[in-house]
Design a protein around this ligand. Structure first.
Ligand code: AMP
Length: 230
């Protein structure tokens, strides 16, 4: 059985950082649709370049495009033992498509983790975070006088969509389109919440423990079912 994790949460909740850390630890790929689009823009990919105007305005890219991108990514062999999704699904249609993809992928159910952070803290974090121009690593919060990207030494810049006005639009779009996805998932046994307003180390610990717990649910459910049928 694979470990298939979906990281939910508003922009600035720290889900990308936590997703990367958890995925590295478990040896499964972190699949960030935002990173894939930004990489595509850097590489001159036509689909990503078409999406750029919407991204810069804080709007969502259409479901068809995003589902196709994720479908292709999940079909690669490195997802055989699981994956950590960051930034997908962002609409109920995407969540429904993901259920279909996971069912056909056949390597286990989804564990959904919602990272919660108060809105004023999100705005503060997004105003200070920076991204590496060369490799796309997110470095937050910005350290005054920092030499550059901690991974490749590249120049750290502000994301166009972390501009104050665009941030407000992204939070509005989150409430309108992505919050309903939480309702779509909330009643599932493997839905968990994590308090994102703590140090990254504390969030990582809480994340590990809730994922451990949640991924045990279907397994123990299966065991008790089979004991009953014995
Ligand atoms: P992120 O890095 O996850 O904040 O994504 C940056 C931007 O990429 C978003 O504001 C959207 O414009 C676009 N994007 C990323 N993932 C999705 C998605 N699942 N659905 C629609 N648009 C997306």
């Amino acid at each position: 059985m694979g470990l298939n994790v979906v990281m939910m949460g508003p922009p600035g909740a720290g889900k990308g950082t936590q997703a990367a850390r958890f995925a590295r630890q478990r040896g499964v790929p972190k699949i960030s649709t935002g990173d894939m689009l930004r990489d595509g823009i850097r590489d001159g990919n036509s689909v990503a370049l078409e999406a750029k105007a919407l991204m810069d305005m804080g709007q969502l890219v259409d479901d068809r495009t995003m589902i196709a991108i994720v479908q292709e990514r999940l079909s690669r062999s490195d997802t055989a033992h699981g994956f950590v999704l960051d930034g997908f699904p962002r609409t109920v249609s995407q969540a429904e498509a993901l259920d279909r993809l996971v069912a056909s992928h056949g390597n286990g159910p989804l564990v959904i983790v919602n990272v919660t952070v108060p809105e004023d803290e999100l705005v503060r974090r997004l105003a200070t975070r920076r991204i590496c121009e060369s490799c796309g690593t997110t470095a937050d919060p910005v350290v005054p006088g920092a030499a550059g990207c901690p991974v490749c030494g590249g120049t750290l810049v502000q994301r166009i969509d972390d501009d104050a006005r665009v941030v407000l639009e992204r939070l509005r779009v989150y409430e309108e389109s992505t919050r309903p996805v939480l309702e779509y998932y909330r009643s599932r046994p493997a839905f968990r919440a994590v308090n994102g307003a703590q140090s990254p180390e504390c969030v990582a610990q809480e994340l590990e423990s809730v994922i451990e717990q949640a991924s045990a649910v279907p397994a123990s459910f299966g065991r008790s079912q089979s004991r009953e049928s014995e």
